[in-house]
Structures are given as structure tokens and as C-alpha cells.
Design a protein around this ligand. Structure first.
Ligand code: CUA
Length: 284
């Protein structure tokens, strides 16, 4: 009995230690930072529990292997109280830690939150990500810019991505930034995040949506603020949408239909037939 109690005390100490140590997770965005940190915390709790269970199991097997008639422990109040409290503490920790992450707007953004401050501020970036069979059309409604299957975001700025679909259910997924959201026709689901590290991140459609589902890629580029402003300017100058190449992937998109959504398309945009404008801009 003493041994079991020591084991439980050791387990609790390990959990307390895990709480004290702030894991330094790699943060590409506020969203992925929160998720990875929670993942690590839960792992720190799970490892000692796994070890404890395995040690007790092996100990029991060895101790009773030659005993055809082992007597179970009966009515040990101390032991029962100990394991009840230990379990309660662990579950409380898991619950509180998970709730803290799930309730964060960078993980679950509530459109109709009571908090009026929660919406996009005047300097924040708003992107509409519209999925269709089989591709993406990203637009910046505040900037009057359309950028095909590429999103360019300024580092360190709050970003609101409004995900929707033109036809069937798709899903917006950028694993390395910790972003995932269903794209549902007639609905707008918002992701809020702050990209923290510059770089190019691969985005996927994460909901099976037909034969070319596996080709529904998009790119998220996180760049410094000034480079983002420059990119926006170049998009406006070029008339925004030069993304016919990406959109023809599904084979059933008329370029005219896509581009008319923006309302400011100049016809003379033959300069970038296959090269997404973001890549042209970044190449300069
Ligand atoms: Cu769209 Cu899968």
C-alpha cells in the first residue's frame, strides 16, 4: 500500500512540475502556439500516468504469477481517497487547460461574441476565402484585391479569414499555422489569428469534395508589413486577379465568372496567365 501511495505522490509531483514548466513551443501563429502548447502540457501529464499504469501492471503480473488464488484488496479507504483526489486533480487540470485554449479567439472565434472589441479593427486584415470545385478564390474586401489561391499576410498583424463555399462543403486547412475551418455554402465561418513567423505555408482542402479534392491547394505567405503593403499596391495596379491558371485546374471554371465577383476587373490582364500575382510580386 505504501508503494502505491508513493507512486501517486510521484505522479502528482510530475503533474505539478509539468504545470510549472512553460513549454517553449514553436510559434508560427498565435493559433498554432496555443494548440502546440496545450498538446505538450497534456503530453507531460500523460507520460507519468502511462508509466504508473505500466509499472503497476508489470509488478502485479510478476508478483502474482505463481499464485493461483490471489486475494483482492478490500476496504482501503486511504487508497480510495488518494486515487479519487489524484484523478480529480488531473481531470481538473486537463479541463481548465483545454478550456483556456478552446475559448481563445485565436482557436475558436465567435462571430456574434458579446465583446464588441472582438471584431476586426481598422488596421486588421480581412480576407474572404471562398472555396469552389476545385479551387480557392481569396479576396481582400477592404482593399478591393483578389488574389486567386494565394493569401499574403503581414507578420504580427491580427488577421480575420472569412471562410465560405460556392458549391459543396470544403474545408480550409493550414496545418503549420494551426488553422482549420469548414467552408460551407451560404455560411461564413471566421478564423482569427496573428501570423508570427514569415514564410510560405501550404494550405489544403480538408473535406472530400469530388474528383479534384486532392488538388485544392492554396498558399499562405507571411511577409513583413512593408512587403505586404507593397504587394497590395501591386495587386491594385495590376487589376487584382491574374489567377486564371489556378482556377482552371478544376476544368469547369469560367474565368469571367470568377473575376466579375470583384467588380473592378480590367480586361487587359493578360500579363499573368499562369503565375499567381503574389509570386510575381515577391520575385521583384
Ligand atoms: Cu474542396 Cu476537398
Amino acid at each position: 500500500m505504501k508503494r502505491t501511495r508513493y507512486a501517486l505522490v510521484a505522479l502528482l509531483s510530475a503533474v505539478t512540475l509539468a504545470l510549472a514548466v512553460e513549454p517553449a513551443a514553436a510559434q508560427t501563429s498565435t493559433s498554432s502556439g496555443l494548440i502546440n502548447e496545450l498538446n505538450l502540457k497534456l503530453l507531460y501529464v500523460a507520460i507519468p500516468i502511462t508509466l504508473l499504469v505500466e509499472v503497476i501492471l508489470i509488478y502485479t503480473v510478476l508478483k502474482f504469477r505463481n499464485n493461483p488464488d490471489p486475494k483482492p484488496t478490500k476496504e482501503n479507504r486511504r487508497l480510495e481517497i488518494t486515487w479519487t483526489i489524484a484523478t480529480a486533480i488531473i481531470l481538473l487540470f486537463v479541463g481548465v487547460a483545454s478550456y483556456g485554449v478552446l475559448a481563445d479567439p485565436a482557436v475558436t472565434y465567435m462571430e456574434d461574441s458579446q465583446d464588441q472589441e472582438a471584431g476586426p479593427g481598422p488596421n486588421d486584415v480581412v480576407v474572404n476565402a471562398e472555396a469552389f470545385q476545385w479551387g480557392w478564390e481569396m479576396t481582400y474586401p477592404r482593399e478591393n484585391v483578389t488574389s486567386g489561391a494565394t493569401i499574403v499576410l503581414p507578420q504580427g498583424q491580427d488577421v480575420y479569414i472569412q471562410v465560405t463555399s460556392r458549391d459543396v462543403i470544403h474545408a480550409f486547412h493550414v496545418p503549420d499555422l494551426g488553422l482549420k475551418m469548414d467552408a460551407i455554402p451560404g455560411e461564413q465561418n471566421t478564423i482569427m489569428t496573428t501570423p508570427l513567423e514569415t514564410g510560405e505555408y501550404q494550405g489544403y482542402c480538408a473535406e472530400y469534395c469530388g474528383v479534384s479534392h486532392s488538388q485544392m491547394y492554396f498558399t499562405v505567405e507571411v511577409v513583413p508589413q512593408d512587403q505586404y503593403q507593397q504587394w497590395l499596391q501591386e495587386q491594385r495596379n495590376s487589376g487584382g486577379d491574374g489567377d486564371g491558371g489556378n482556377q482552371s485546374a478544376g476544368g469547369n471554371q469560367s474565368a469571367g465568372g470568377n473575376q466579375s465577383a470583384d467588380g473592378n476587373q480590367s480586361g487587359g490582364n493578360s500579363s499573368a496567365v499562369n503565375v499567381p500575382p503574389a509570386l510575381v510580386a515577391l520575385g521583384n
